[in-house]
Design a protein around this ligand. Structure first.
Ligand SMILES: O=C(O)c1ccc(O)c(O)c1
Ligand SMILES: [Mg+2]
Length: 614
């Protein structure tokens, strides 16, 4: 599939954008006229740089507010157009985007639209320019793809076709299925954008909130499937107007964008294959479309392992030993394995730095991550040691893939670790990992984790904290064996804490009997995060709880929630460095994360950090 990206998606000068697109691996770019206007490069220099970088200049855009006007305005518009055709000649470009008129159209008449665009087409033909007519969702008279196609047919010129932009179709709730009926060769260009599901006017939604495919709520694999059915064999481009992307690191955004197209191709290829449809788009499938079997381990970086080690022992973990060769310790309780790593840890009190995921085919999972442009984590290992392929996520978390019996834990003891007896109140495994996300890379992280680990995104939530809303997004495998909760740190909290990374992250471990576990931890001297009495009064009001249970909850600082399936009991440890632990018990299939309790936790931690800093 040929890939392209509109320069409007990126930050920086036109030159910087072109370098970033080429380096990321795009085949071409759309030149957004504004980027050329403000550039110090002449059109000839842009053309030469593109040639040197191996980028094709695919689309010049946008040409606006042309059709549906009176005779005088038409004359003026044709003059304006001719200047742009001449400019395109200097750039060596042959395709211009014509947006449906949003402002100056005064006459609502399809035949007039067609006749005026025909005049434009005949002028364009002199310059060997082709026109892609795009219906903007807020176009004054033309705002659906069906309508733009009807007009393009009426124009009846070989150099006029349409541009399909997923945003304008899906934002209105229009059905893309009829795209399949349009002859592919009359679709001159395709722009893809995803967007979070919001209810607001389409123009503001489009200009500020578009995101790359896989980062929003649109079903773009089905959308691309409709294009494949039309016989379209051209370029698939990204056109993302996004306030954050326009101020982020240009190279990172370009890679994020290309990753979205690599992922989308693969999703669409799988969909079409299931339906037995072949396509001219040459969609590349990714290797290793498999479900993660579960967390293998979680890794904590810490200069002094002792404070975390003490907490783990209080939670019932066993110390399994020190790595033969490295300052790394392993703790374990049943399937929960926690590695405390003191390499490269100077000055770090404690932070969640990575996790391992068990994959049926670990090698293929690593190939998939590479194909998705995930940066590798270089690691030194001896021949006799397990070599787990590792990749760095946008939030700097390191992810490792291991096969079921990779045996890395042998390097900590000697004997393989026998599966511990599952006594009541023991930690049974890792339930989920909660990772703090800098606001600039949140969307990038969502796509990275969903595509590299094959997770799906659950509906997002917002949790009030004393310093702003924390946006939270859960990603999970279909069987919930691997669950990640990504939290965006609100700007207020980030400023308060000085650095984004000081917003604490946490590891949630599961148990079958949290009350027994909490009692033992208490007896072992563990300090719990104190929960206010007001919370328990509210619990009693919301749920008709057994008074004995309510007393136990309050005594042990446990939190409680209930959904249609079951109950959820959980508690939090005190913070160590930039992290803490959560212990959870899911009763009879409760599937959430205690979201109603998250504000209680955030407020309690906030109180605590104020006390600590005084
Ligand atoms: O918001 C706009 O003006 C605009 C311009 C060009 C496009 O291709 C588009 O989808 C939107
Ligand atoms: Mg568009």
């Amino acid at each position: 599939m040929r890939t392209s990206i509109a320069t409007v998606c990126l930050s920086g000068s036109l030159e910087e954008k072109m370098y970033a697109c080429a380096r990321a691996g795009f085949d071409g770019i759309e030149i957004f006229e504004q980027d050329l206007l403000v550039s110090q490069m002449s059109p000839e220099e842009v053309r030469a740089l593109a040639a040197r970088l191996g980028l094709s200049l695919d689309l010049f855009q946008p040409f606006r507010d042309f059709e549906g006007v009176d005779e005088d305005t038409l004359k003026e518009n044709l003059r304006r157009a001719e200047a742009k055709f001449q400019l395109m000649q200097r750039l060596g470009m042959d395709l211009i985007l014509l947006c449906s008129n949003v402002a100056t159209a005064t006459i609502n008449d399809d035949e007039l639209f067609a006749a005026q665009i025909r005049q434009l087409a005949d002028l364009a033909a002199k310059y060997e320019v082709r026109i892609a007519y795009e219906a903007l969702a807020w176009g004054k008279y033309v705002n659906t793809y069906q309508h733009s196609w009807k007009i393009a047919q009426a124009v009846d010129r070989p150099n006029v076709g349409i541009c399909i932009d997923s945003f304008h179709i899906l934002s209105r709730g229009d059905d893309p299925a009829q795209i399949a009926q349009i002859p592919g060769e009359k679709i001159f260009f395709v722009q893809l954008a995803d967007a979070p599901v919001l209810s607001m006017d389409v123009l503001s939604w489009s200009r500020h909130y578009r995101v790359f495919p896989g980062q929003g709520g649109f079903k773009l694999d089905e959308f691309l499937g409709c294009l494949a059915r039309s016989g379209y064999a051209g370029i698939i481009s990204l056109e993302i107007f996004n306030d954050v992307f326009r101020q982020s690191n240009v190279q990172r955004t370009a890679v994020d964008g290309l990753r979205s197209l690599i992922w989308l191709q693969s999703q669409t290829a799988a969909l079409l294959e299931a339906e037995g449809i072949s396509s001219h788009l040459e969609l590349h499938a990714l290797p290793g479309r498999q479900q993660a079997a579960g967390f293998d381990f979680t890794e904590i970086r810490t200069e002094d392992p002792e404070p975390v080690a003490r907490l783990l022992v209080q939670l019932g973990f066993e110390f399994c030993g020190q790595h033969r060769r490295k300052p790394v310790q392993l703790f374990r309780s049943n399937d929960a394995r926690i590695v405390l790593n003191s390499q490269r840890s100077s000055g770090i009190e404690a932070e969640v730095c990575g996790f391992g995921v068990r994959m049926p085919q670990a090698g293929e999972a690593a190939e998939r991550a590479q194909a998705l442009l995930a940066p590798e984590v270089p690691r030194l290992h001896l021949d006799s040691e397990a070599d787990l392929p590792g990749f760095r996520a946008p939030d700097d978390t390191e992810i490792f893939f291991s096969a079921d019996k990779s045996g890395w834990d042998l390097e900590f003891g000697g004997e393989p670790l026998a599966a511990a007896e599952r006594e009541p109140g023991a930690v049974t495994g890792i339930d989920h990992i909660n990772l703090a996300q800098p606001w600039q890379s949140f969307d990038e992280s969502v796509l990275f984790y969903t595509s590299v680990l094959n997770l799906h995104a659950l509906p997002g939530t917002e949790v009030p904290s004393p310093r702003g809303l924390v946006r939270s997004q859960v990603l999970a495998t279909d069987d919930a064996g691997v669950r990640l909760a990504l939290n965006i740190v609100p700007a207020g909290l980030a400023t308060l804490l000085d650095r984004q990374h000081e917003y604490p992250e946490h590891i949630a471990v599961g148990t079958d009997d949290i009350i027994a576990l909490a009692r033992r931890a208490l007896a072992a001297g563990m300090e719990f995060l104190p929960i206010p009495a007001n919370y328990y009064e509210d619990l009693a009001a919301r749920f008709d709880l057994d008074p004995a249970l309510l007393t136990a909850l309050q005594e042990l600082n446990l939190l409680y929630d209930r959904d249609g399936r079951g109950e959820f009991l959980h508690f939090y440890t005190q913070r160590v460095g930039n992290m803490f632990f959560e212990v959870v018990e899911r009763r009879t299939g409760y599937d959430g994360y205690g979201a109603p309790n998250a504000p209680i936790r955030l407020a309690a931690q906030f109180e605590r950090s104020r006390w600590n800093s005084h």
